[in-house]
Design a protein around this ligand. Structure first.
Ligand code: ZN
Length: 142
């Protein structure tokens, strides 16, 4: 498993970016990955674009790193741009090449560990729910 914990993942997991509450948030979604115990809440301030994004929660290194990198990647994206990025990350952790995804490419190693894909995708599932205005908690097991 050691190659999962590359330097980028370790760095984001230790010092998650945009971690904390988000004043003025107008969208939020909770996500849970019961297989690993990852839990997070994602908050957005959404106008024409994602003006601000932050998350709080507890999870494994892959979950926290993916959430941290996601907040950096989707800020200032429109909802449709964020949806396209989400699709590319899904392909990456399923074994796709993920070219031009920047730091998110560090999640590539997860493709070899199917159980960890859910850790990597939890924040993205929550993003999808928040953008859709869903209020039910999203689970990787549903
Ligand atoms: Zn996890």
């Amino acid at each position: 498993m050691t190659d999962l914990y590359q330097q980028t993942i370790v760095d984001h997991a230790r010092r998650p970016r945009n971690f904390g509450p988000l004043p003025g948030a107008n969208r939020s979604a909770e996500g849970t990955n019961p297989l690993c115990g990852d839990e997070l809440i994602l908050r957005l301030r959404l106008g024409d674009r994602i003006e601000a994004v932050a998350f709080e929660g507890a999870g494994c290194a892959v979950c926290l790193a993916s959430a941290s990198m996601m907040t950096l990647a989707v800020k200032d994206c429109s909802a449709s741009e964020a949806a396209r990025l989400m699709q590319r990350v899904r392909e990456l952790v399923a074994g796709g090449n993920g070219a031009n995804l920047g730091e998110l490419e560090s999640l590539k190693g997860v493709a070899r560990y199917p159980a960890r894909r859910k850790c990597a995708l939890l924040a993205w599932r929550a993003l999808e729910a928040a953008l859709a205005g869903e209020t039910t908690k999203v689970s990787t097991e549903l």
